[in-house]
Write a protein that binds this ligand. Structure first.
Ligand SMILES: [Zn+2]
Length: 128
């Protein structure tokens, strides 16, 4: 992955502007900031709404793996010794833990559909 001359960040090729001279090896953000390209020329520089929607799609996809350990710790700290609720919630947690990977795979198609909808149409020019 190339590195931007101005900010030193590393991105995939499609996040760089195209051209020679001052436009060589410049990422889309620096290209817009330095006036080398207009915002309309670089659809891959997401506006705030698109970036937020993309972030929430990723968060929705992976959140289950974040709150499962939290629920286990919560169960172990509070409900483990309580009769009969400890056993009841242990079963519930086991069910949820076993269902998590299945749900993750099951929702994969919807996630890639959401991401495709939130990705701007953009053709990588020849040589890039
Ligand atoms: Zn840059």
């Amino acid at each position: 992955m190339p590195t931007c001359r101005h900010c030193g960040s590393t991105y995939p090729r499609e996040f760089f502007i195209h051209g020679n001279g001052p436009k060589t090896q410049v990422c889309v953000q620096c290209g817009v900031d330095k006036g080398l390209v207009t915002k309309e020329e670089v659809p891959v520089l997401f506006d705030k709404g698109t970036a937020g929607a993309r972030f929430s799609a990723v968060a929705r996809r992976y959140s289950i793996f974040l709150y499962l350990p939290f629920l286990w710790v919560l169960w172990a700290a509070t409900l483990a010794d309580v009769e009969p609720w400890g056993l009841f919630f242990l079963g519930l947690l086991l069910l949820l833990t076993l269902a998590a990977p299945v749900l993750f795979l099951y929702r994969g198609g919807r996630y890639s559909g959401d991401m495709a909808r939130l990705s701007p149409a953009y053709d990588r020019p020849k040589g890039h």
